[in-house]
Design a protein around this ligand. Structure first.
Ligand code: BGC
Length: 760
């Protein structure tokens, strides 16, 4: 049904229109009964429904309906599987229809700038490409059911400390290349019905009243068509927010800000058309949902099974010195309370009231060869000598020991950041004690963010279960005993220690947080610094092996608008059916600007039977090669060579090839007295004007000494000569008597006029 929303809005009073722009209560939007506008409900997620009926809160304190807790983003992103994530979204969309929820508040796509951020478990990745692709797949799945998503938190909300007031101070290139693309991809590939702006400021301006962010970039550049809502309580100045592009205030300010909107329209400081447009955008999404209500059942059991599948296909096997999979006939000791009480989700607004939680111990209850000792408490850091003794005794009698370790709830949550990367001391101590008496040890980790692993070299197996959702126990048991072949890979780097991390010197600052590491976040930093990490981005083992061959790149010469098709053959060379994630990275060899060594620009996940080969295809476009050029105000790839690398992780490149790109876009330059010869000689539009100076300068430097040292060596080599000329400002030709000042100024004017014509 096509509704005439403008006509509907013309019947609304000013107060009704202002009222539409804030929540009715914690979770509902207002309706206007006399005009048939329904009041609809929104709810957290996104890895399940946190629908609250009675006591509402946004911190996960009060109860919500019994629902399914799917794996949080920290784990599901490790699936690197667009189809699986789409299926996940599809299930959430159906669940939302079954529970009459018009919008699910997520996905959360903020970049993991530091492992310390308390909400990292809710976020997908340190890599914007992976975060964007995952978000788009999820959103398309949910919105297939005409249920909206609210991609959050837009933007640069990367720490919890002072999250409602601090300013994320980042340069534009960093925002465009690292902190924005997940949102941008989501708009372009899945058009989320709503956006949630973040609490924080960006370079001083609140996200909730930032016209550049909410209108220029989001709507005009990317083409967003839905509405923007505030994070809960993120409004600072309501009228400024509305003008900037914040349509909906959530939850509400008890009518106070609605009155400010009315007053601003009445005194002429706010154009009523701005309000009308905001209302139209909100109504559009409300009716998109209410006009497409679906009969859906809340299929808890089926969704639990899906939660298990997602968990099993996302967990990452990090180490396996021929210890896994376990055999049913082996005597196995499970140690650590997480075997019985797994930590499977994080605290705060995404906290789901799971209708059932599976643990690993129950999942293997049919196996009489598995014994269990608590070892340490799941939710505390208390070393208990009696528990430790019992654990050591249990371990001694087993062939293999599996230690279920992890971070207690209190160690990481929405609302605060971690101050260190350590596991509870009681766990590290017991792991070391077990390693002292047993050589066959596997650790399973339950954590929302990387931890230091001081015992890493001693263990033979390591499974990163992250926060696995409510079916975690079954998924872990299936992987340990080889019923599932592990196939997740890390969506973030695992550094050895906190001081290795890129934002170590500025993360968690108060008022103004300087994003001084710029674009060098995650593997972009560790690779540029040639720094060893415990496990690199994109890494993960399988119970089988894969061989990569026959890289095909369909072009060797490209121009800006060309696409490049890449393919590679992958074979399962082991004895088990398994899935492999094939990653494509691009490395810029043009030296036009400082860039990461390589960046992820494609990935595919395929399933292969033993001996089977499949061809994997990728398509690259201009953006795959480009960086954000702030003087051009656009994406730009310089002329030169680019390497295309196919890897099994960010540090395991198997095949590579090259393309040569010829750029047509011309960069704007404004010449002045201090423009260097380097810049002028590098650009064909200006080099002709200064070539003769270059010749004279070369002569001058050579002649300034006799250029021969006593030992016969040249005093100034050609390379030194060129380096001095490259860094020399234009004005020096005057002081060296090569040109009069007036003459030089006239030449600069000529160059600038030619340059301005070239970029028109
Ligand atoms: C969180 C959001 C959440 C909202 C509603 C806020 O505190 O930052 O992610 O959707 O509360 O619960």
């Amino acid at each position: 049904m096509k509704r005439d929303l403008k006509e509907l809005i013309s019947q609304m009073t000013l107060e009704e229109k202002a009222g539409m722009c804030s929540g009715l209560d914690f979770w509902h939007l207002k309706g206007v009964e006399r005009l048939g506008i329904p009041s609809v409900m929104v709810s957290d997620g996104p890895h399940g429904l946190r629908k609250q009926d009675e006591e509402a809160d946004h911190l996960g304190i009060n109860d919500s309906i019994k629902a399914v807790c799917f794996p949080p983003a920290v784990l599901s992103a490790c699936s690197f599987d667009r189809r699986l994530i789409h299926e996940f979204g599809d299930a959430i969309g159906k669940e939302a229809q079954a529970n009459d929820l018009s919008v699910v508040l997520g996905p959360a796509v903020n970049i993991k700038r530091s492992p310390l951020c308390g909400r990292n478990f809710e976020y997908y990745s340190e890599d914007p490409y992976l975060a964007g692709e995952t978000a788009a797949a999820f959103i398309n799945g949910v919105q297939k059911h005409h249920v909206g998503t609210s991609i959050k938190h837009f933007a640069a909300n990367n720490q919890e400390f002072n999250r409602m007031s601090s300013s994320s101070d980042a340069d534009e290139r960093t925002l465009r290349e690292i902190y924005f693309p997940a949102f941008e991809t989501a708009v372009k590939k899945s058009q989320p019905y709503t956006f949630m702006c973040s609490y924080n400021r960006i370079n001083g301006t609140f996200a909730s009243e930032n016209p550049w962010l909410l209108t220029e970039v989001l709507r005009k550049e990317w083409g967003f068509r839905g509405y923007v809502m505030s994070d809960w309580g993120a409004v600072n100045d309501r009228v400024a927010g509305l003008k900037a592009g914040l349509e909906l205030e959530m939850p509400s300010s008890n009518g106070i800000y609605d009155k400010e909107i009315v007053a601003a329209v009445e005194d002429g400081s706010l154009d009523e058309a701005v309000l009308d447009q905001a209302v139209e955008r909100i109504l559009n999404i409300i009716f998109e949902y209410t006009d497409h209500r679906e009969e859906q059942e809340f299929t808890l059991e089926a969704d639990h099974a899906l939660a298990k599948k997602i968990a099993a296909e996302s967990m990452v096997l990090l180490k396996n010195d021929s210890i896994l999979p376990l055999k049913e006939t082996e005597k196995i000791a499970f140690i650590g309370e997480y075997a019985q009480k797994p930590r499977f989700q994080g605290g705060g607004s995404s906290h789901i009231n799971s209708f059932r939680v599976s643990n690993a111990l129950d999942a293997v209850s049919g196996n009489p060869n598995v014994t269990y000792a608590k070892g340490f408490p799941a939710n505390d850091d208390i070393y208990d000598a009696a528990l430790a003794k019992e654990a050591l005794e249990t371990a001694k009698t087993a062939d293999k020991v599996v230690i279920f370790a992890g971070l207690p709830d209190s160690f990481e949550s929405e609302g605060y950041d971690r101050t260190h990367m350590r596991l509870p001391e009681c766990q590290n101590r017991l792991i070391n004690e077990i390693l002292a008496i047993h050589s066959e040890v596997i650790v399973v980790l339950h954590n929302g963010s990387p931890v230091e692993m001081p015992w890493l070299s001693g263990v033979k197996g390591l499974l990163e279960a992250y926060l696995g959702g409510q079916a975690v126990g079954e998924a872990v048991a299936d992987i340990l005993f080889g019923k599932s072949c592990p196939c997740g890979k890390l969506a973030e780097s695992m550094p050895y220690k906190l001081s290795d991390t890129p934002s170590y010197l500025s993360f968690g600052d108060g008022e103004n947080v300087k994003y001084q590491e710029g674009i060098f976040v995650g593997y972009r930093y560790y690779d540029a610094k040639e720094m060893p990490v415990a496990f690199p981005f994109g890494y993960g083992l399988s119970y089988t092996t894969f061989a990569y061959k026959n890289l095909q790149i369909d072009k060797s010469e490209i121009r800006e608008n060309d696409t490049v098709r890449v393919s590679v053959d992958v074979t399962n060379t082991g004895g088990t059916e398994g899935k492999e994630i094939i990653q494509l990275y691009v490395s810029d060899h043009t030296k036009a600007v400082r860039r990461p060594i390589r960046e992820l620009k494609g990935y595919e996940k395929i399933s292969l039977k033993p001996g089977e080969t499949k061809t994997v295809h990728f398509t690259l476009d201009h953006r795959s090669f480009a960086w954000y050029n702030t003087s051009l105000k656009d994406w730009y790839a310089a002329s030169g060579d680019y390497e295309i690398l196919i890897g099994a992780s960010s540090r395991d490149m198997r095949l590579s090839g090259r393309v040569h790109l010829t750029a047509q876009k011309l960069l704007p330059i404004k010449v002045h007295m201090n423009t260097t010869f380097g810049e002028l000689l590098a650009d064909e539009r200006t080099s002709g004007y200064v070539d003769h100076f270059k010749t004279q300068l070369e002569e001058m430097f050579k002649l300034s000494s006799d250029n021969i040292k006593e030992d016969g060596d040249v005093a100034i080599s050609d390379a030194m000569n060129m380096a001095m000329i490259t860094c020399m400002p234009l004005r020096n030709v005057v002081s060296y008597g090569m040109c009069g000042k007036r003459e030089l100024l006239a030449m600069i004017e000529k160059m600038n006029s030619r340059l301005s014509k070239s970029v028109e």
